[in-house]
Design a protein around this ligand. Sequence first.
Ligand code: MRU
Length: 350
Amino acid sequence: MIKTVEWVSEGVRMIDQLRLPVEEVYPVFRTCGEVAEAIRTMVVRGAPAIGVAAAMGIALGVKSAAGLDRKNSVAQFNTCCETLRTTRPTAVNLFWAIARMKKKFESLTSTPDGFDPREVAREMEKEALKIYEEDIACNKAMAEHGARLIPQDAAVLTHCNAGALATAGYYGTALGVIKAAHEQGKHISVWVDETRPYLQGARLTAWECEKEGIPHTLITDNMAGHFMKRGQVQCVVVGADRIAANGDTANKIGTYSLSVLAKEHHIPFFVVAPQSSIDPTLKSGEEIPIEERSSREVTHIRNVQIAPDGTRAAHPAFDVTPAQNIHNIITEHGILYKPFSESIAALFAE
Ligand code: MRU
């Protein structure tokens, strides 16, 4: 099992995704600030993984405040949450995890009598571990539900990395569905989209497929249409960073173009994401904040300059796929059908 994020006695241990696939190293992050920096610099990335790391970062922050009185402990907690909140704007799992840890902290610290900071720290650690375990359970459930949609002998195209590396570990979301179909003996093969500019497909998804023994072929993003037109893609399976109440889905830049190509070629397009990636407060994808990253990530690849000096480059890190281009959304609770505004509302009403 790939252990993406793990709580250890010295802090939070995470596989350094910046160094994959060349090196597999697991540094330990010892403070809330260090975890926040790891999220910001994408040592850890992928919506669910960011949420789990943030929860553990908060638990670390509370642990380090265990010698403080209530007032200072609350102040330190709030600073930690704020530091994490400003790391990356699009993946809603980050804000979901912060809100959940905040609710727990408030329930533990709002009692008028008796404030035991060590007990609070222990309980916050337990809550972070619960979030971690729930994420792994979600992976397993999504994989089981989603694998039913993958046909025998299918060539499945995926974008970015929505595997174990994008979650607490184990299966992943979109790649989890692919892994389950592979384990069921469906003779799956995977088209791995390189995923410019950050190359999560080439660096991370290809690494995971290789580790799991899943047949795969790496392609550059602009090859997808060619293979679809030739009938060599049976379905597209992607993850999500934030899904609005109507099913519009923000995912890695390039996902929208793939959905248009899939529609043109009548290829089913599936989104796999836990309920924590759905933001029912946003009516449509128009309201999803899109992270703008450094243009250097476009003009350079791993510090090697590929564009002339002074070239202006745009870098929206995500785009929004309209609900109408999506066949199904697969969550840990099952397969959602259209109209998504109704199936998502029903999910949150449960
Ligand atoms: O910028 P990243 O690498 O954090 O973006 C990740 C993605 O877009 C994934 O496809 C998404 O988070 C789904 S991961 C289960």
